[in-house]
Ligand binder design. Structure first.
Ligand code: ADP
Ligand code: MG
Length: 733
């Protein structure tokens, strides 16, 4: 076992180059980018132009694929994948565990004479039935007939993964019950994209943009993570089992020098990210940016933004490949929101925007007064959605890991608010104050400086890191999402919230429409209305401050501080009504989701607590007592020999600490038994149990931890049983 005393094994740097061409020269990125994706380019070689046309439409605009086309696509995909060396295919989906799931099947089949053939049918492409009983369902499938199946999502292309374990054709899929309930994170996202599309097109038509046929949402998810030497991570039961450290004394140096952020990327880590990028390019994930993050050992990679559904799939792929390629470099990648106390945690900034069929970004302030009006209308629709559904947005990012991050002066607080930046804030205030009454909309906008909006995109160098939902020039950044979370779910909720906001705006516009169009003056009136109604969601100041918490309370904004407080939202019909209305989730989806989330919270906390108890009992206490024993012996011997030594004094101090530690351990263990006794883990008790864990057990874990950290400061490093923060956060380069 690697311990703090041993010098960790430092393997040679693994350097991977870009793939080589047949003539031996290095290929260029565009040559191999997407080479393992069964995209339109690859389909063109295997499908008729008519089929290709249909597929192209379905991939862009959604829609169904009939069984005969599915047959031809399956056979084309099979040929493509087998030529590339694949032996298996799998439906790849996002059950509500946060990770992805996959069940592999061989292309192998035996014909009626028992001869081996390769087969992959349209039916196998369209549908597969994993053993659904082992996935979280929140009781939804407790009845016999409520089983689930996965079904290909043709709007996300199939791809082939090459790993140490072989080559497999991956089929991005949704996971639904036979009653049509969503059992995954992808289905709500697809549904929300559809409803936002409809509502946003309505808005544009009311604004006179009759040529627009559809609107899509775009997402670019910045991914933060920690990198730890694998042998050290493996020597820590807490990291292995729960992804975070539950013990660990702060090292003499943390992130106070701010020398890590954007600093030189350590050689080994850069070699790892380099290989990561090459692997991701092959499967068409457009990673663009890599840099050190704020905490030592923390990094970020970010892709070029894409349509929300593809971006969400690509983020899942990124998380998967981070782990597998990390292992090749002897790294364990920690996606947990707070692996280390005392330094920053990790998030996933979800950059989000809407664009229409003409290619225009609807959150981009344009150059003409009319374009500015379109921009302001979508901005207002978005703010209306955030204002009305802040609590549900908060609940959509609630997780055990995120509880250590939100509100911990490093990430946005748990209070949802909107940051717009100086210029925009001033303009909206002026519109709200009605400073431009009784003039033409065009003149009003000039007076208010709306014509300067086009510069907002350039000027808006906002780095107000404290806002959970910040406008950054031509997009919003939803920063409260946790680093390990699926992008799909929070994006689905955001889409639904904005759909609901636009619905309100549309009703106001429609009431003022003449022949289906609204005059600029009337649009202006609607904007003023919305800006006034949603004023309270806007906040430009320091989100970490106590003043903001007080102010937010006065404004009546929600402050759901932790997961057990946030999860109640899912069963509050008044708050979640818009999810049903927009078709994002059904009533039973919501119920099962709530149950799953309660259960996940409890299970994850119990793993942490049990890991802590075990480390305390079998590692830390023996180490401390061993040292105490040596001091006691030394003290006795020195007294006998009349030699002065501090042994007795030290033994007294350490003795006291070990007593405190053992008391904390006993107290935690007893409380844990009490909280989890009886029917505490039965369905109807889950909320109560989760709250008890948060309120009663977590403070006891903290007491155990703080005592352990004091012991770590006095027990000889050579006797400490676990790799230390210093070892893990400041490795040799
Ligand atoms: P930052 O300064 O916050 O790092 P970047 O411009 O690098 O800003 O963008 C961060 C992420 O936002 C990237 O993934 C980028 O592709 C994405 N992004 C940029 N424009 C948009 C947009 N219009 N819609 C959605 N995401 C976008
Ligand atoms: Mg950013």
């Amino acid at each position: 076992m690697a311990t703090g005393k041993t010098t960790p094994h430092i393997p040679a740097v693994r350097t991977i180059e870009r793939p080589r061409n047949l003539d031996g020269t290095l290929s260029r990125v565009p040559d191999f980018y997407g080479s393992n994706v069964f995209d339109l380019r690859s389909m063109a070689k295997k499908l008729s132009s008519h089929d290709l046309d249909t597929m192209s439409k379905v991939m862009k605009l959604g829609g169904k694929i009939d069984s005969t086309l599915a047959e031809r696509v399956a056979s084309a995909a099979r040929e493509w994948a087998i030529e590339k060396g694949a032996t298996h295919y799998c439906h790849w989906f996002q059950p509500q565990t946060g990770t992805t799931a996959e069940k592999h099947d061989a292309f192998l089949w035996l014909d009626k004479n028992g001869h081996p053939i390769e087969r992959f049918t349209g039916k196998e492409l369209l549908q597969s039935e994993p053993d659904a009983s082992s996935f979280p369902s929140g009781g939804m499938r407790s009845t016999f007939e409520a089983r689930g199946y996965t079904s290909w999502d043709p709007s996300s292309p199939m791809f082939m993964m090459e790993t140490e374990n072989g080559r497999t054709l991956y089929i991005p899929s949704v996971f639904i019950s036979y009653h049509g309930d969503a059992l995954d994170f992808k289905t709500p996202l697809l549904r929300s994209n559809e409803s936002l599309n409809k509502e946003a097109v309505k808005t544009l038509h009311l604004l006179g943009e009759k040529n627009v046929t559809n609107v899509v949402t775009n997402v670019g998810a910045e991914q933060e993570f920690f990198v730890v030497a694998r042998d050290q991570a493996m020597a820590r039961p807490d990291i292995r089992l729960s992804g975070r450290t539950v013990f660990g004394k702060r090292p003499a140096k943390g992130q106070e020098l701010e020398d890590h952020y954007f600093g030189h990327i350590p050689t080994r880590v850069q070699a790892f990210i380099n290989e990561l990028e090459i692997e991701l390019y092959k499967v068409g994930v457009p990673i663009k940016t890599r840099h050190n993050e704020v905490a030592p050992g923390q990094f970020e990679v970010a892709p070029i933004f894409e349509g929300a559904n593809i971006a969400a799939d690509h983020n899942q792929l990124l998380m998967k490949v981070l782990r597998t390629v990390g292992a090749r470099h002897n790294f364990t990648v920690l996606l947990h929101e707070k692996p280390f106390a005392g330094v920053n945690g990790s998030g996933k900034h979800v950059n989000w925007s809407m664009s229409d069929s003409t290619g225009r970004n609807l959150l981009d302030p344009g150059n003409t007064p009319h374009q500015n009006l379109v921009f302001l209308t979508f901005l207002c629709g978005t703010m209306q959605g955030i204002f009305d559904h802040a609590n549900v947005l908060r609940a959509s990012v609630a997780s055990t890991g995120n509880d250590h991050r939100l509100g911990a002066n490093e990430a946005p607080p748990a209070i949802i608010s909107c940051f717009l930046g100086d210029t925009l804030d001033r303009i909206l205030n002026a519109i709200e104050a009605g400073k431009a009454d009784n003039v033409s909309a065009e003149k009003a906008m000039l007076d208010l400086g709306v014509n300067h909006l086009q510069h907002v995109a350039l000027d808006n160098t906002d780095r107000n890191r404290t806002s959970p939902f910040a406008f950054t020039g031509n997009k919003f950044e939803f920063r409260a999402v946790g680093s390990s979370a699926s992008v799909s779910f929070p994006t689905a909720i955001l889409n639904a919230a904005v759909t609901s906001g636009l619905t309100k705006v549309n009703a106001k516009l429609a009431a003022r429409a003449k022949n289906g169009t609204v005059s600029p003056e009337a649009i202006f009136e609607v904007l003023r209305d919305v800006i006034r109604d949603t004023h309270n969601i806007r906040f430009e100041g320091n989100g970490y401050s106590q003043e903001w918490r007080d102010e937010a309370a006065r404004r009546g904004l929600g402050n759901l501080a932790d997961t057990p407080s946030a999860l109640g939202v899912w069963t509050n019909k008044e708050q979640t009504g818009f999810l049903v209305e927009t078709g994002t989730l059904t009533g039973s989806d919501l119920e099962s989701r709530a149950a799953i989330q309660w259960e996940r919270y409890i299970k994850q906390r119990l793993i942490e607590l049990n890991a802590a108890i075990e480390m305390a009992q079998t590692g830390i206490l023996p180490a401390a007592l061993g040292y105490l024993g040596e001091l006691v012996n030394l003290g006795e011997a020195s007294a006998r020999l009349h030699i002065s030594s501090p042994a007795q004094k030290l033994a007294g101090e350490i003795g006291q600490l070990t007593v405190r530690f053992e008391n904390a351990l006993t107290s935690l263990r007893t409380s844990l038994e009490r909280v989890t006794s009886g029917d505490a883990l039965e369905h109807h008790e889950l909320p109560k149990t989760a709250k008890e864990i948060a309120v009663q057990l977590l403070p006891k874990l903290e007491e155990l931890r703080s005592t352990a950290d004091l012991l770590e400061a006095v027990v000889p490093a050579s006797k400490w049983p676990y790799p230390t923060y210093q070892d893990m956060l400041f490795p040799a380069d």
